[in-house]
Design a protein around this ligand. Structure first.
Ligand code: BES
Ligand code: ZN
Ligand code: ZN
Length: 518
């Protein structure tokens, strides 16, 4: 889709399939100078009370004219409650509606007053707010316009919008232009995560996902991707990854994505300490010998969404040229039951020598992440974040409202919670009580993989992973099992992978970047 910024639309010469007119609840008319014919339509719809302006409400009306053929009234809800998150989803809703109407070209009116800026009119604060709004709209529009088509034989049936003009009444300055570029860069990353996660597991094997990372690197200056094959994984003694992979005909891979956004030595020649991200890359999770029931099992093709999110985040950091060194590590494997599969009772040795007693082969995520977290230590990182669709328990607790956030670092938790609210890519902090680590003691190995009783699965998984983090380095675990995909479509996005928590991670890296530059 082509997104174009425009200051003034020549309504009399304009040809478009739709004009989107945003309205707050209770507004009687548009704040924009619209052609009389459009004004009349808007007024008539509002007077009829068919449209109230509630957030995400839409009403499509044919104009009967040959310029703009439809008007789409778009509700932004109560003005004082409006946020960037609502703006993003509302404009996305309009695009989904217009996709259904088979529109090809759309003009969107940008409500500059959608979210009140911090400072008064004309100040830098206000300009920033307009740029943020343009960014949110572009993000929402692109997210909504995405569709999967690769696996449909009749491609013609599918529809997406080809051209979208964003009408910005105020001066289109550099901040606004760069907000649009930033949004497009982030959504390119989301598209990568979504298409690779949506791909069926018979296509998206560990090898395929690793190849996709290589392709991404080719298109991304500054991003390097290294892939370990099974032999190299054996050399690294990654016993967790090898155990999970051993039941499948598809061999495992270990992907390393790297972007060095600044020279890696400080004034005193000390090596820089990168930010390391680790993502779960299970291309399909049958549960293995501890086989899952059939209902919903098809959704386990998304079990590599954390890994894909990590790859995309490093690529976005490179494209946005963030002033930092970021490394992404993604262990990739398929979890299958077979005569070669690992079994309950097996004792597996992780790359740091820790032995683990297997109890459920379905708790495979923590096995591959353990090796990933051990490998992260080689970089002497400043902070480590892992992202994993790790437990059904976090889905039960938070659904798709937020990803589960586990960390002992209060400052990072507060920052992530704030950025989660701002981006709509939310996290909810979960407890990680030290005392509970006792539940992971094993009589036969250093650790039990899961406790004997079924308790606090998401927390116990986090406590298991903590054993492979370095006590002196801040470590964050994000369980995105509930947010990585949507089983049913929403008004602003189709069903399937969402790309969460890429938007959050990028906002966080940008936040870290600001601190680093100061
Ligand atoms: N990939 C699943 C977690 C999952 C379940 C994600 C449902 C999204 C929806 C993970 O590998 C798993 O199977 N976890 C087990 C852990 C249990 C054996 C302790 C679970 O949550 O049931
Ligand atoms: Zn599993
Ligand atoms: Zn899994």
């Amino acid at each position: 889709m082509k997104l174009i910024l425009s200051k003034k639309i020549p309504y009399n010469r304009l040809k478009a399939d739709a004009l989107v007119v945003p309205l707050f609840k209770g507004e009687k008319e548009s704040v924009y100078a619209l052609p009389v014919s459009v004004k009349k339509i808007v007024a008539a719809v509002i007077a009829s009370k068919e449209f109230q302006g509630g957030a995400m409400e839409t009403q499509l009306v044919h104009t009967g004219g040959n310029g703009v053929s439809r008007v789409c009234l778009l509700g932004l809800g109560e003005k004082k409650e409006c946020s960037l998150d609502i703006v993003q989803r509302a404009y996305g809703t309009a695009i989904m509606r217009l996709k259904k109407a088979k529109a090809k070209s759309v003009v969107l009116l940008v409500r500059e007053d959608a979210v009140s800026g911090e400072a008064g009119p004309g100040s830098a604060g206000k300009d920033k707010a307009v740029a943020d709004i343009v960014g949110a709209i572009a993000t929402g529009v692109r997210i909504a316009n995405y569709h999967t088509h690769e696996y449909k034989s009749k491609k013609k049936e599918l529809h997406s919008i080809a051209k979208c003009i964003l009408l910005v009444p105020s001066t289109i300055d550099r901040t606004i232009k760069s907000a649009l570029t930033r949004a497009e860069t982030i959504v390119d990353g989301l598209d990568f995560v979504r298409s690779i996660s949506n791909s069926p597991a018979n296509y998206a094997t560990p090898q395929y996902v690793a190849e996709s990372a290589k392709e991404l690197a080719k298109k991304t200056p500054g991003l390097t991707v290294t892939v370990f094959d099974k032999k190299q994984i054996e050399k690294e003694k990654m016993g967790g990854l090898l155990a999970v992979a051993q039941g499948s005909q598809h061999e495992p891979r270990f992907v390393i994505c790297e972007y060095k956004g600044h020279p890696c030595n400080d004034d005193k020649g000390a090596p820089c300490r990168p930010i390391v991200l680790v993502g779960k890359g299970i291309t399909f999770d049958t549960g293995g010998i501890s086989l899952k029931p059939w209902k919903g099992m098809e959704e386990m093709k998304f079990d590599m969404a954390g890994g894909a999110a990590v790859m995309a985040t490093v690529a976005i950091a490179a494209k946005l040229k963030l002033p930092m060194h970021v490394v992404g590590l993604v262990p990739l494997a398929e979890n299958m039951p077979s005569h070669t599969a690992y079994k309950p009772g097996d004792v597996i040795t992780i790359s740091d020598g820790t032995t683990v007693e297997i109890l459920s082969t379905d708790a495979e995520g923590r096995m591959v992440l353990a090796d990933g977290l051990c490998y992260a230590k080689k970089y002497k990182p400043s902070v480590v974040v892992d992202v994993a669709t790790l437990t059904g328990a976090i889905v039960a607790a938070l659904s798709d409202y937020a990803s589960g956030l586990f960390t002992d670092d209060d400052a990072i938790a507060l920052t992530l919670e704030r950025l989660g609210k701002e981006t709509g890519d939310r996290v909810w902090r979960m407890p990680m009580p030290k005392e509970w680590a006792d539940h992971l003691k094993s009589p036969v190995a250093d650790l039990r993989q899961v406790p004997s009783a079924r308790l606090a699965d998401a927390t116990m998984a986090a406590l298991f992973l903590k054993n492979f983090s370095d006590a002196k380095t801040p470590w964050v675990h994000i369980d995105n099992a509930g947010t990585a995909w949507k089983t049913e479509g929403y008004s602003y996005a189709e069903a399937g992978a969402t790309g969460a928590p890429v938007q959050l991670l990028v906002a966080w890296l940008e936040d870290l970047g600001k601190k680093e530059v100061k």
